[in-house]
Design a protein around this ligand. Structure first.
Ligand SMILES: Cc1cc2nc3c(=O)[nH]c(=O)nc-3n(C[C@H](O)[C@H](O)[C@H](O)COP(=O)(O)OP(=O)(O)OC[C@H]3O[C@@H](n4cnc5c(N)ncnc54)[C@H](O)[C@@H]3O)c2cc1C
Ligand code: FES
Length: 253
């Protein structure tokens, strides 16, 4: 059930270009599937009248809290990063479909690139609650992009690549040696599109089930404006409503 809710910022962690925002509401937080997102209203900025889509990074149902991990790229995200503890934030949630949960005993690889690691934290946490310990492969341009690495490491064996070689193996996630050493039943990916396409290609070549979480530009977030469409084998679909998570077999990549 979607709701429009006011949250209060109760904790903020600064990671330089990115911030972690922990938000609490007085209402009950609805059931949230990992991979779903919120549409955040950006107050106090006339040029950002459209809400901004942000993945749900973590959820604490008992405390009525959700956490977002936001990277500053423009006016809207800069405003969100400038919020102060105590500020109110209005959000529509939960939106989109979310990742398909694996069967018990299946070996899962979660691949995140850049800020695309955001939805994978809550996903890995939910998998742990279901006694499924995922493997994580996180990539960034350099070490400073690897946000909350020690927290991810607690949720599963975690491998890292950086483009400049400052941490983990040097190169892109698709170049990591794990691909030669291990095999997986299910692969889940979120990150920049070229990276997701490269991982999807690897998965398809090896006949491995794979879901990707698309971050197409969005406006309404509700399936009304058609600005987020993706070409699929079933025709053009709205990523905000039918996605953002798609099995790669549906995508015309
Ligand atoms: C389903 C979904 C989940 C997302 N989850 C997160 C998240 O957890 N954390 C996070 O930091 N960001 C996330 N994003 C991206 C985020 O929505 C955009 O960065 C944000 O809307 C940009 O707003 P802005 O006003 O700061 O920048 P704008 O001024 O709107 O844009 C600044 C620049 O960023 C580019 N840009 C805007 N949106 C995107 C995008 N989706 N992909 C690539 N480039 C973009 C624009 O083309 C422009 O060049 C998500 C996007 C989607 C669709
Ligand atoms: S953002 Fe409007 S239809 Fe998807």
């Amino acid at each position: 059930m979607k709701q429009i809710t006011d949250f209060q910022l109760i904790e903020k962690q600064d990671f330089g270009r990115s911030v972690l925002l922990r938000l609490r509401t007085e209402q009950l937080v609805p059931a949230i599937v990992p991979g779903q997102f919120v549409q955040v209203r950006v107050d106090g900025s006339p040029s950002t009248y459209l809400r901004r889509p942000i993945s749900i990074h973590d959820v604490d149902v008992m405390q009525n809290e959700i956490t977002l991990l936001v990277q500053q790229v423009g006016e809207g995200t800069r405003h969100l990063a400038a919020l102060k503890v105590g500020d109110m934030v209005n959000m529509v949630l939960p939106l989109g479909n979310g990742f398909t949960l694996p069967e018990k005993g299946e070996k899962c690889l979660l691949v995140g690139g850049g800020i695309g690691i955001a939805p994978l934290y809550y996903f890995a946490k939910v998998l742990n609650e279901k006694d499924i310990r995922p493997t994580l492969l996180l990539g960034g341009k350099s070490e400073s992009d690897l946000l909350r690495l020690s927290d991810y490491q607690q949720l599963g064996e975690t491998f890292v690549t950086t483009e400049d070689g400052s941490f983990g193996e040097k190169g892109f996630v698709t170049m990591h040696s794990i691909w030669q050493k291990q095999s997986f039943d299910k692969i889940y990916v979120c990150g920049p599109k070229p990276m997701m396409k490269a991982v999807a290609k690897l998965a398809a070549e090896n006949n491995v089930w794979c879901e990707v979480s698309l971050e197409n530009l969005m406006a309404c977030g509700l399936g009304a404006c058609l600005c987020c469409v993706e070409d699929t084998v079933d025709g053009h679909v709205c990523v905000c409503k039918e996605g953002p998570v798609f099995n790669i077999r549906r995508l015309k990549w």
